[in-house]
Design a protein around this ligand. Structure first.
Ligand code: SIN
Length: 515
């Protein structure tokens, strides 16, 4: 930001405000726009197109038309374009990070980390584009049985505000690598990063219509994306409530779905844990993005024998956090995304206190309170499972401690949630590590670490945290259909030397058996 509070990018061409459809930047037919705000001070940073069902429909037209050629593009070409996109993301890292700080609020260091994470997905799927292998299944003589993988078609991607870059590339790079085309609807709270990524995709010479970006309010655009039969797949990251609604809306056209929904991650700290590293892991998981991740430790279970020592160390670490604008390089905690997020965190803490919990430590955010949407990093102790704070995702910088005294109860408590995204454990015992790896009912388990996310590892949940996996070798499968090809009546090789004839016959689709 410059001294006038305006976005000051090294490459001002990255600041886009219109929708990207079929390679063109366009306004809504209604000419409506919506404000994008800086959560650290509430100021309007920019206005972007408020698209409707009309623009969503035009974007689907473009994606459908582009699919006809992108589907058949040489995988090496898809890979080359993705690599070029990744290189541009790297080249514009600082500008992209500044956009993230401005519209999302995360501290600059984390913003740079998110851009690297986002690029990691592009690079990963640039490689995977060339590794979409099928299978040959052994079968009877004179028959061949193949499994081919084909891109699903037009994909709608609806992405959240908490990782405005990485949640886009995790979906879009995989879809594009697979040969699909995309209509992306980024969060209305953080569209600027999405549009900058779109601008870089255009510069990387991604053919028109392969990536279309429609900005605006979710209801109208979502209704079109979920009901149009030409959209064959919906990928969504966001709340469980909205995920269920989207699944319902997709049911009449039976779209494939990937849903990365809410979590309620437990973090179990056993009596044999190394306390300092366990505290670091909790800090890493709980306070990343000011507590606004689906994989944040939401329930921290600490063994009685080490509870007080752990709490003392955690208080010291939380006290050392620095709250402030993400543009201040010393800040480690930014604002929450909006007023509703602050109200939710406040409601959950107040409910816990009313029901017998206490605050062990809380930062003083009062100097910041007059502007922006801040919530003080807080440690709550004495919580129990009947409290709302144990059942809902806090999505804020509140570390809530529960006590336990035996493994079986801890595992039962950890699993006692409808969510099943991430979980964490701190222990030195290899036996415990293996037991927990098999008994915790979650899509991801971090043992002695607060960080699982990595482009090379599958990310996703079970139970009400959704289904489908992103990143890793599994991520591309979400955008591919299997096609079984059974060929009968092929010539049988009878003796050495006949094989070549058989191959020619197969290539020429010959079906006559040689005599
Ligand atoms: C999320 O919060 O949805 C994603 C977090 C991550 O990728 O680590």
């Amino acid at each position: 930001m410059n001294a006038n509070g305006q976005l000051d990018l090294a490459d001002p061409g990255l600041l886009r405000s219109q929708c990207l459809i079929d390679g063109e930047w366009i306004d809504a037919r209604s000419a409506e726009t919506l404000a994008v705000c800086d959560p650290s001070n509430g100021a309007t940073i920019a206005r972007v197109t408020n698209a409707s069902q009309i623009e969503a429909g035009v974007a689907i037209d473009a994606a459908e038309a582009a699919f006809a050629t992108w589907h058949h593009a040489d995988p090496s070409e898809r890979s080359r374009i993705l690599r070029a996109w990744g290189e541009l993301v790297e080249e514009h890292r600082e500008d992209l990070a500044s956009l993230l700080v401005t519209e999302q609020g995360k501290p600059m260091n984390e913003a740079r980390g998110e851009i690297d994470y986002a690029r990691g997905f592009i690079d990963w799927f640039a490689e995977e584009a060339r590794r979409i292998y099928g299978d040959v299944i052994p079968t009877a003589p004179g028959r061949r049985l193949f499994v081919e993988k084909h891109p699903i078609g037009v994909v709608a991607a609806i992405t959240p505000w908490n990782f405005p870059a990485a949640m886009i590339t995790r979906k879009v790079a995989a879809a594009i690598a697979a040969g699909c085309t995309v209509v992306l609807k980024p969060s209305e709270l953080t569209p600027l990063t999405a549009l900058a990524l779109g601008e870089l995709a255009v510069r990387a010479e991604l053919p028109s219509g392969v990536l279309n970006i429609v900005t605006g309010m979710p209801e109208a655009i979502g209704a079109k994306l979920t009901s149009d039969p030409r959209v064959r797949k919906l990928t969504f990251t966001g709340s469980t409530k909205v995920g269920k609604l989207l699944a319902e809306q997709c049911a009449p056209t039976l779209k494939r779905l990937s849903l990365e929904l809410g979590g309620n991650a437990p973090f179990l700290i056993f009596e044999d844990a190394d306390i300092e590293p366990a505290i670091d892991a909790v800090m890493q998981s709980k306070f990343r993005n000011t507590g606004q991740t689906c994989v944040c430790a939401n329930r921290i279970y600490v063994h009685d024998a080490i509870h007080d020592e752990f709490l003392k160390g955690l208080c010291a670490k939380v006290e050392s956090l620095r709250i402030g604008s993400g543009f201040d390089e010393r800040s480690t905690q930014g604002p929450l995304i909006n007023k509703a997020a602050v109200e939710k965190a406040s409601r959950l803490v107040e409910d816990a206190l009313r029901n017998g919990a206490s605050i062990a430590f809380q930062h003083d955010c009062s100097p910041l309170k007059n502007s922006g949407t801040w919530f003080p990093p807080t440690i709550v102790t004495g919580a129990h499972e009947e409290m709302a704070i144990a059942k809902e995702e806090i999505f804020g910088p509140v570390a809530v401690l529960y006590r336990f005294s035996d493994d079986a109860t801890a595992i039962e408590s950890a699993n006692g949630s409808a969510s099943g995204l991430a979980s964490y454990v701190a222990t030195r015992s290899p036996a415990r590590m293996l037991t927990l790896a098999s008994q915790l009912e979650f899509g991801m388990i971090g043992i002695n670490t607060g960080q699982i996310s990595d482009p090379i590892a599958p990310f996703g949940g079970i139970k009400e945290s959704g289904y489908g996996r992103e990143g890793s070798k599994y991520g591309i499968e979400e955008y591919l259909d299997l096609r079984t090809v059974a060929i009968a009546g092929l010539p049988l090789p009878t003796k050495l030397g006949d094989d070549q004839d058989c191959v020619s016959a197969l290539v020429n689709h010959g079906t006559t058996r040689r005599g």
